[in-house]
Design a protein around this ligand. Structure first.
Ligand code: CR6
Length: 838
């Protein structure tokens, strides 16, 4: 650690007492914060006050790096990645910052000398749940990797007042509660009102010709919303780089309701003001599905416009001419949520900065690139033309013009192919007219990528096939990754230590180093240490379960975990069919010798998604019966962990023996939980879907429990006319499992409760559960068998971890840098003389 004393305006200030990392200094500054920031003394301080005092203490130690980083970027006019995402699922900040700063141990000691338990204080943090699941968490992992690799980057998004809802379980059903994460303040953010911007909405456009004879457009909005940025530092792991996550909050602009105020309609004006503040009020709680609401489109243009205007401000401040925009910024669109950036960047360049169309279009295409995250048709965003034109009249005109020019290009490349024209058009005209956001993103970007090999391949041959034929050079794959800092170093310290003892600590930034563990896979002593760590993390999860659910589970049973959003395509109910099958076997033969198992589930269902909510109810109902049945004698337990979020995920991954990755092949774009489980030594039972395929390739087919149809087989079976009922009729165990549900056995005699689910399976089964059932059961049998041989199991787990190097988000980000962004790392030298910054 370098000295933190600093010279500013000729004065030595902020000396070690404020930002030093000696234990004594840490204690003093913690108490200073308690008194002078929280305004509390120990007699009346709450646990939250202590957490805040600690958080500010840590933030103080980040700021030198944050300022140094900003100063370096400004001075060097660094090329910058702008990652635009409607979601950033950051998880708790305190622990991660301690790890990245490298002061975990000192702070732990300081807190314990003051009589506090650091773990308890970490537990106090309310996590910012500003995302639904994989997509938002991926954005957070990417920010961590960009900072760790020393890349100049900025994350742009929305500061939702209410993040993803808190999940409660009542009578087995999901109940949603609002997530008031800002209730006690957020110590990690800094408000920057001086960089506020205005966003226009609604109204109409007026076209005219200016004195130079140039056609111009004036957009007269119906309302104007102000965006205020809140910045959070994103520190890299053991580096000086501290980048920024900039989230926008909506506020009514003072000017816009001038008339209402003047005309004396004070209350009316204040009411309007409140309405604009709704823009950043709440995160839409849908994962992999689009809701098509006007407010959602408003959120999208809001954060996109704020962010682009912010980039223009930065250009101006650094005196970089506008025609160099594409050299200064590489903008990544995280799915189509920010795809309106194509039209908004054009509008800013043409209307507000008088650039001509061709130059603006060149800049737009060179700047933007687009990541697709799903093949599910219900997730592809499209906006009814009326709604779109009503909210964004100028953008619609620009989109028509882009479309006009684009379709001319198509006609030249593919003459006399009107079908192709209508398939490619930015406007869907097959019925009601819609703007297709994925098409807009494809046309306006120079690079388009999927998030796993299979996903990219399917994109090219199916969902975006016409675009792949039109612009083959734009397409590439960028397989997802996860940060090993949060998902091992922070969440699994004992395993981290064990690995580091063997191979040194470079693996945390060079994850391929894990390969050096391979020789230890056979080492019985090492296996033994490995097992005792797994046993301890399971015991600790068991204690948590007992506290939360009042269910006692045996840490020596196999923990199989399926933790992810609840969705039919993810097939939690296939897992349940296996539980019921095992249960039926035990009932038929109470002395059956089975591998004791604990089935754990966690995840939220979208509040409007009835089937997913019914799946939660089913899991809990089956659990209620199985867990209480004396004949089962602790050989089977079923637990639903409520309110699955990043904090809980960090507890769950280290405690898994078996990771359930059982989506219908061709449906899960990538998955990232699959990577986090494997990295913590769980073996995977899974289909050939998303990144599972690449995980299996890396760890070796013999170290992975594969089952189920391939994407091609699913496709073919669907084509032939899939008849799930045949499977039901011909497989007695499957029939018995479904009949048990239908008989009311798990629902206190209610035979109707689960009918929507079982009917859907027997008569439609859009996700091919029945087709995959037998293969799944057999794979589970192989799992149970192997678990009996603890040494063989552990060997396999070690090999899994040793071969997970590819799935670091550092590797993903390096791929984006090399092939899409073309940015290089920037070294941040920390000077103690702040004068150099001026
Ligand atoms: N729901 C995919 O479904 C992928 C993540 C991140 C998802 C998932 O397979 O791992 O994105 N897609 O790429 C969307 O959110 C649209 C997800 O999280």
């Amino acid at each position: 650690m370098q000295s933190n004393s600093v010279t500013l305006m000729g004065q030595v200030c902020s000396e070690d007492t404020r930002t030093g990392v000696l234990v004594e200094t840490l204690k003093r500054s913690f108490l200073n914060n308690l008194f002078y920031v929280q305004g509390k003394f120990p007699g009346i301080a709450t646990q939250n006050d202590y957490y805040m005092a600690l958080a500010y203490m840590v933030r103080d130690r980040l700021l030198h790096r944050w300022i140094g980083t900003a100063a370096t970027y400004t001075k060097q006019q660094t090329r910058t990645v702008a990652y635009l995402s409607a979601e950033f699922l950051m998880g708790p900040q305190l622990g991660n910052n301690l790890i990245n700063l490298g002061i975990y141990d000192q702070v732990n000691q300081a807190m314990s000398e003051l009589g506090f338990n650091l773990e308890d204080l970490l537990e106090q943090e309310e996590e910012p749940g500003l995302g639904n699941g994989g997509l938002g968490r991926l954005a957070a992992c990417y920010l961590d990797s960009m900072a760790t690799l020393g890349l100049a980057s900025i994350g742009y998004g929305i500061r939702y007042e209410f993040g993803i809802f808190d999940q409660d379980i009542r009578d087995g059903w999901q109940v949603e509660r609002t997530d008031k994460w800002l209730r006690y303040g957020n110590p990690w953010e800094v408000e920057r009102p001086e960089w506020s911007v205005e966003v226009k909405l609604g109204g109409h456009t007026e076209h005219y010709v200016d004195q130079t004879g140039r056609g111009r457009v004036n957009w007269i909005p119906y309302e104007v919303v102000q965006g205020i940025p809140f910045d959070t530092p994103i520190l890299g792991y053991r580096t000086n780089t501290a980048n920024t996550l900039r989230l926008w909050t909506a506020q009514a602009s003072e000017s816009f309701d001038f008339d209402a105020f003047n005309s004396g309609d004070y209350l009316g004006a204040v009411y309007e003001k409140m309405a604009s503040e709704n823009v950043s009020k709440v995160l839409y709680p849908n994962d992999d599905v689009s809701q098509g609401k006007r407010l959602r489109l408003t959120q999208q243009i809001f954060f996109v416009s704020c962010s682009l205007q912010d980039m223009f401000r930065i250009m101006k401040a650094q005196e970089i001419p506008l025609h160099q925009f594409a050299d200064k910024f590489a903008i990544q669109l995280n799915d189509t949520h920010p795809a309106i950036a194509v039209a908004e960047l054009m509008r800013l360049l043409i209307d507000e900065h008088s650039m001509d169309w061709d130059e603006a279009w060149g800049i737009t295409q060179r700047t933007l690139s687009y990541t697709n995250h799903t093949l599910l048709p219900e997730a592809l965003e499209r906006w009814p033309i009326d709604l779109f034109g009503n909210l964004l009249p100028r953008h619609l005109e620009i989109i028509y013009e882009i479309n006009h020019r684009f379709l001319d290009e198509v006609r030249i490349k593919f003459p006399d192919d009107e079908d192709r024209i209508s398939r490619l058009s930015l406007i869907d005209e097959s019925g009601e007219r819609y703007v297709r956001m994925a098409h807009l993103a494809c046309v306006g970007s120079h690079a388009i990528n999927g998030v796993a090999e299979l996903h990219t391949q399917l994109l090219k041959q199916d969902v975006l096939r016409d675009f792949a034929e039109m612009y083959p050079h734009k397409f590439s794959n960028k397989t997802n990754g996860v940060t090993p800092r949060r998902f091992i170093a922070l969440s699994n310290p004992p395993l981290t230590q064990l690995i580091t003892d063997k191979i040194g600590d470079r693996w945390l930034t060079q994850l391929e180093d894990l390969r050096q563990l391979e020789p230890y896979a056979e080492d019985l002593e090492f296996q033994h240490q490995w097992q005792s760590i797994k046993r301890a993390t399971k015991a600790s999860l068991a204690a948590y379960i007992y506290k939360q659910n009042g269910i006692s589970v045996n840490p020596d049973s196999m923990f199989g975990i399926q933790a992810k959003r609840i969705h039919e395509y993810k097939r939690q109910h296939l897992n349940v069919l296996y539980i019921i099958t095992l249960y039926n076997r035990l009932k038929a033969n109470p002395d059956l010798d089975i591998t004791p198992r604990t089935f754990l589930f966690g995840g939220k269902a979208a509040p409007g998604y009835f089937m997913a909510k019914l799946m939660i109810k089913l899991i809990n109902s089956v659990g209620e019966v199985v867990n209480r049945d004396p004949e089962v004698r602790d050989r089977l337990k079923v637990v639903f962990l409520k309110d699955y979020n990043v904090k809980l995920a960090q507890r769950v991954y280290p405690a898994a023996d078996l990771s359930e990755q059982i989506s219908t092949a061709g449906k899960e774009a990538s998955g990232t939980g699959n990577m986090k489980f494997a990295l913590n030594g769980a073996l995977t039972i899974g289909t050939l879907d998303g990144a599972n395929i690449e995980i299996r390739e890396e760890v070796g087919a013999e170290n992975f429990f594969l089952f189920g149809l391939t994407a091609q087989e699913v496709y073919d079976l669907r084509g032939q006319g899939y008849c799930p009922r045949d499977y039901y009729d011909s497989n007695p165990e499957l029939k018995l499992a479904l009949d048990r549900i239908n008989s009311g056995f798990f629902s206190h005699g209610d035979t109707d409760l689960f009918k929507p689910l079982t009917d859907s399976l027997i008569y439609h089964d859009p996700f091919f559960l029945l087709a995959d059932y037998q293969s799944y059961i057999e794979a589970q049998e192989r799992v149970s068998q192997l678990y009996q041989d603890q040494s063989a199991w552990t060997r396999m787990a070690i090999l899994n971890v040793a071969r997970m190097g590819k799935f670091s988000s550092d590797r993903s980000i390096q791929d984006y840098c090399d092939e899409i962004w073309h940015v290089d790392p920037v070294k941040i030298e920390l000077s103690n003389n702040l004068e150099e910054f001026f």
